[in-house]
Ligand binder design. Sequence first.
Ligand code: ADP
Ligand code: MG
Length: 560
Amino acid sequence: MQEKGTISIHTENIFPIIKKFLYSDNEIFLRELVSNAVDATQKIKRLSSLNQYQGELGDLQVEIAFDEEKKTLTISDRGIGMTAEEIKKYINQIAFSGATEFVEKFKDAKDANELIGKFGLGFYSAFMVADKVEIQTLSYQEGAEPASWICDGSTEFEILEGTRTERGTDIILYINKDSEEFLSKYKLQEILDKYCRFLPVPIKFGTKTESEPDGEDEEGKPKYKSVEVDNIINNTQPIWTKSPTELKDEDYLSFYKELYPFSEDPLFWIHLNVDYPFNLTGVLYFPKIKNDFELQRNKIKLFSRQVFITDEVKDIVPEFLMLLHGVIDSPDIPLNVSRSFLQADSSVKKINNYITKKVADKLSELFKKDRKAFEEKWQDIGLFVKYGMISEDKFYEKAKDFALLVNTKNEFYTIDEYRDKVKAQQTDKDGQVVYIYTNDAAKQDTFIQSANKKDYDVLLMNSPIDNHFINQLEQKLEKTSLKRVDADVTDKLINKEDNPPHVLTEEQSVKVKSLFEKAIQKPNMKVEIESLSPDELPVHITMDEFMRRMKDMAQMGGGM
Ligand code: ADP
Ligand code: MG
């Protein structure tokens, strides 16, 4: 059996193009070849369980090995293997057509850098790092002969008799000059950790030293000896592949530590598990938020059948949940995802909606189950919830029943509860309910105190997102406005009439007022003389809420 051939006539330049396009993210070749090895292994397992393969399965490890002298990198599996006919079909036609399609699609792309790494090129990605690729394979089929395929990066290939004696496949890469970094243990380990850490078949990469109990010494203390064991780089059964009923809190926490070794424990988590109308599993964690939230974004890892794809989940996870951590795995998201694909794909939109709903349901459940505990977590989750309420109406509708408002006395109210609380005291002449808030309780303390004296409640609105949240509440709640505690608001509220009389006479008030107005010389500001008792500050300088918001916006650089 011997054959020579040409892969395709019209795409002679495919290899230079592949190299050029994928150069900056060429490490994905390993992900592609290892996932092919894993696929082949899963297939033989399935055939065996269906009794369509009666032979021994043997040790199904996939092995990665390199030889610095020969400059080769070999990926070996004990999967189904291929016959020479299958090589022609799967490598020369199917794999090649995948590569051709890739090149056709992206050869004129301007933003190639953005696509790179998200597009799985399959088998031919090997040519990004290798001058020559060799396949040695033996099919599981009875009476199959070992076969080999060699291609030196031109469009010429050779199929010859092979040397493999056991079922399975070796892919041997003759690493090119520019890619010798892939002949380093450190580099390979790093790539394997990134892409292959949760593959479902054990992946061996060299050996490692472990200590093992070795009897006792003369004093009866345990002795240890060093042994060389296989270095298995992956966890074949990560928790998202298991059913929530099999898992304890410790399992979720230790998986979190596995993903983010230096993080504090998360607040809680959501196990995602759906198989209709799309397939998706995963675990999302709510982290403890620190101030540096930019650093905490993009922590969700996207997998497809346990193969890592990307941690850019922008279109799959709603924007407001980008601060969550964890993993999502969906075979409906192909390995070869590109930005434009994600935006257009309808299952991605469904996934996005599903995640939003699951997160809302979980929060609602926590709120109902243990309100006290929920209040304690509010500090950390409030930001997500408010962000979600601002950015997605669907989420607002669910969250309005558990979102909490906190006042300066550290009391928590749902939106409905809060309205009931303040309605009577804080309605103005036009029937608007006025919510009074502070964004800096220390600085605005005198205003808060005097509001409280008048029996007005003051909400704490001091998170970075609260400016927007205030606008959202005003839009969503009927007949409601929010005013900062130092705005000229309190004199317009109904219960003003009940206040005790000023300690200053009318005449004194007018005098003091004009003195202050002259001193500040700011027409935007309003001076109020409203001392209620001798121990209080007699003068408040306030600014109209609308004017102040305009000024704040101008300062933030947001023009109108
Ligand atoms: P895909 O994996 O998306 O099908 P690839 O280009 O990665 O595309 O591979 C093409 C085909 O080559 C595979 O579908 C499979 O039939 C065959 N193949 C590749 N690697 C192996 C392997 N290690 N063992 C058996 N078959 C393989
Ligand atoms: Mg593949």
